[in-house]
Design a protein around this ligand. Structure first.
Ligand SMILES: Cc1cc2nc3c(=O)[nH]c(=O)nc-3n(C[C@H](O)[C@H](O)[C@H](O)COP(=O)(O)OP(=O)(O)OC[C@H]3O[C@@H](n4cnc5c(N)ncnc54)[C@H](O)[C@@H]3O)c2cc1C
Ligand code: FES
Length: 276
């Protein structure tokens, strides 16, 4: 893995970091599925061999006529060199993206960000909204590489309609999946934080949380009370990303000298204690 990573990285003397090469690769959209009221799964064939992504890496996806936007890898099919992303349409580029039909060609560069795969036997993976994308990748990767391990997932949204088919996909890669929303159709009613409070966190070696800033902030408030627990928690952070390769500084994590696009997007919770 280290050799493969070095091949796709180069040293930037200014930022004193290993940075990814900035080179576009073509993609062909091969499948699109509406997963829920707010999320789409889009599957692409990668038309060049650029290696495989490790969680929670992301790509810069160039959408024709629009711009390049950061998207987490949600699933990777090594046999077919195909990657899937989960898209929540929120603005012009993502709305156009989900309107595209299979057959269209796009561009990407990546895989970007630092692989972060904390070692353990019992994992709790928590995803809120489109934060479920990197959680899917973690579940797929860990279930393929850690056969004796336990993977429990909490997936939370505001409304039941947003849950959709996500649990059906995730059940292939985990021991249990519990849904969280404000409807009594979900396993837990309320927010992911309400569900977190009801979960016995001592059971887990590793807890990985991905989702909107409010979720990460409130989760940090809970886990920071217990030093042992804090050491086992990892947060997948989202911020503004422009270049994705460590050049522009746009994605700096405030209060640190860390760049999300090369040092993240996953950080040990203890490193973010005083910054989120
Ligand atoms: C590392 C990373 C991974 C991401 N993974 C996913 C994913 O798997 N699925 C998904 O649906 N979205 C993901 N996003 C967010 C996605 O990139 C933005 O929603 C998208 O760029 C919005 O573009 P737009 O033109 O449709 O909307 P805009 O009109 O540009 O913006 C709409 C909203 O999205 C936010 N946003 C816009 N651009 C960015 C940006 N470059 N980075 C972060 N937030 C932005 C804005 O603050 C605004 O709130 C990820 C972002 C990052 C940084
Ligand atoms: S997005 Fe440009 S340095 Fe990270």
């Amino acid at each position: 893995m280290v050799k493969k990573l070095k091949n796709t990285l180069q040293y930037n003397a200014i930022s004193q970091r290993l940075i990814p090469r900035y080179k576009y690769t073509s993609l062909k959209l091969i499948d699109k599925e509406k997963l829920s009221q707010t999320l789409y799964l889009m599957r692409f064939k990668v038309l060049e061999n650029i290696g495989k992504p490790f969680p929670p890496q992301f790509i810069m996806l160039w959408v024709p006529g629009y711009e390049a936007i950061p998207m987490s890898v949600a699933l990777f099919d090594e046999d077919n060199n195909a990657l899937s992303i989960v898209v929540k349409p929120v603005g012009p580029t993502t709305n156009y993206l989900v309107s595209l039909e299979p057959g269209i060609f796009m561009g990407m560069y990546g895989y970007l960000g630092k692989p972060c795969i904390p070692h353990g036997k019992k994992y709790l993976l928590i995803g809120g909204g489109s934060g479920i994308a990197p959680i899917m990748h973690y579940a797929q990767y860990i279930s393929n590489h850690n056969e004796s391990g336990i993977i429990d997932i909490l997936y939370g949204c505001w409304k039941y309609e947003e849950i959709g088919k996500i649990p059906l996909i995730l059940q292939n890669y985990c021991s249990t999946i519990k849904t969280v929303c404000f409807s009594d159709h979900c396993d837990y009613q309320g927010t992911l934080i309400d569900a977190l409070i009801k979960t016995d966190l001592k059971l887990y070696d590793i807890i990985i949380i991905a989702g909107p800033p409010g979720l990460l902030e409130n989760a940090l408030k809970i886990v920071k009370m217990d030093e042992d627990l804090l050491a086992r928690v990892f947060l997948v952070v989202e911020s503004m990303v422009k270049c994705g390769v460590g050049f522009c500084g746009e994605c700096i994590i405030k209060g640190t000298n860390k760049l999300l696009c090369v040092d993240g997007p996953c950080f040990p919770a203890k490193e973010l204690l005083y910054v989120i």
